[in-house]
Design a protein around this ligand. Structure first.
Ligand code: FAD
Length: 392
């Protein structure tokens, strides 16, 4: 019989992995388990918030997965010993190797006052779709002069530069449509990704509009009250016209129930094969995995997916997996036609995915507008290329 590989989760990680497995070995039986009919991509969803793009540009379907068996169900349990996955309709499926790629769950138990009901008033918009539209509509409805507050979590979380790209694009919207308004970032950190580039751009494009409050100045939000849209910090409380609360996160629930997540909530993996450190024959890729310096991005998820597929294709044929080299690049838009980026190269070292010294870097701090414009165009090209590779 054909060796059967199951992939749970059809995001940038899982969908990429299922396709790569089939390309590497046509004789593998590859099944992708994903309950949603559409995939809503987060990259560029901040542009939707700012009214620069429609949600349809973020929406992808699974109708071109003809050589992968697609099951439109949610995986609810994994029996690692018997190597079976149970689906939400009660059926169960066996595997030789299982790849889990469920992305993140928002932790609704981590911030007092912030639960699923609160997220309908203070959207996180950290999963694209209804939450993105809710926050966009709140911004559209807000009177000029309102205070928008964005709260950013401590590391690690999905998309390290994402909150700051979001702050930039909301600032662009406020500057052009509601110029008496203000944006405050309450941050649980004292430093963030591409910080010098973002701060220089904010000074240039949005002087006085964005206030960043770091951890050491009382930026960490300790409690929220959705009824009054109040965010409480160690240094006092802030009342918002709009509150965008990005809460702490952890690996998607199925990773917890499969026993591949540790006490941090994330899934430790072997950096060569992405096999779980906690359960044999289960691999974890994308945002759910943690194993060193690689950030949680769609670019990383796709790179990990291909490396994991190569390892799984080797393991099921009893060949030795080859240590991978992985690349990540994260683009951020600070304004239309103004892009910045950070890139890194990663390889297994001392049991982790370690950054290769001197191989990455960020956009130059001083650069003419033409460089920022080019990077904004590269960002668009990257999104078109990756979504075409994964879903096209
Ligand atoms: P996901 O994309 O979340 O996919 C997980 C999938 O698994 C989902 O389809 C879900 O339905 C499915 N699933 C979950 N549980 C189950 C289950 N039990 N059974 C079956 N299926 C299940 N990254 C970049 O590289 N560049 C960017 O510019 C960028 N911008 C971003 C901006 C924002 C605002 C945000 C929030 C993120 C951004 N990211 C960006 C990060 C990127 O979106 C994530 O890193 C990426 O989506 C991770 O892919 P994933 O496949 O691990 O998870």
């Amino acid at each position: 019989a054909q060796p059967s590989v199951l992939v749970v989760g059809g995001g940038f990680a899982g969908a990429s992995c299922a396709r790569a497995l089939k390309q590497l070995d046509r004789d593998l039986a590859v099944t992708l388990i994903e309950p949603e009919a559409d995939y809503l991509a987060c990259p560029f969803s901040n542009a939707v918030l700012a009214g620069l793009r429609g949600i349809e540009a973020q929406t992808f379907r699974y109708d071109r997965f003809s050589d992968v068996r697609l099951i439109r169900r949610r995986a609810v349990a994994v029996d690692a010993e018997r190597r079976r996955v149970r689906l939400d309709d009660g059926t169960d499926i066996g595997y030789v190797r299982l790849v889990l790629a469920p992305g993140v769950d928002l932790r609704f138990d981590a911030l007092p006052g912030y639960d699923e009901a609160a997220a309908e008033i203070m959207p996180h918009a950290w999963k694209a779709g209804a939450q993105t539209l809710l926050l966009r509509d709140q911004l559209t409805a807000m009177p000029d002069g309102g205070v928008v507050i964005l709260s950013a979590p401590a590391n690690p979380f999905r998309c390290p530069p994402g909150p700051y790209e979001r702050a930039s694009l909301i600032a662009h919207y406020l500057k052009t449509s509601k110029p008496r308004s203000k944006l405050i970032i309450l941050d649980a950190k004292d430093a963030f990704s591409k910080q010098r580039l973002f701060e220089a751009a904010w000074l240039e494009l949005y002087p006085g509009l964005i206030e960043w409050v770091p951890l050491s100045s009382g930026g960490r939000v300790t409690e929220v009250d959705p009824a009054t849209r109040t965010l409480v910090t160690e240094f006092g409380s802030h009342k918002a016209a709009i509150a965008n609360v990005i809460p702490p996160q952890r690996a998607g629930k199925i990773a917890q129930s499969a026993g591949v997540a540790d006490q941090t909530g994330w899934c430790p993996i072997d950096p060569v094969t992405f096999e779980s450190r906690l359960q044999p024959s289960i691999h974890v890729i994308g945002d759910a995995a943690i194993g060193g310096a690689m950030p949680k991005s769609a670019f990383s998820a796709n790179a990990q997916a291909k490396a994991c597929a190569a390892a799984v294709a080797a393991l099921v044929r009893e060949r030795q997996p080859v240590p991978p080299k992985l690349i990540n690049t994260c683009y951020s838009l600070v304004a239309p036609g103004y892009g910045i980026s950070i890139a890194g190269v990663y390889q297994p070292r001392a049991g982790l995915l370690a950054e290769v010294e001197g191989a990455g870097g960020t956009s130059p701090l001083e650069a003419p507008p033409s460089v920022r414009e080019l990077e904004a165009a590269y960002a668009q090209d990257w999104f078109r290329t990756i979504t075409n590779e994964v879903f096209g």
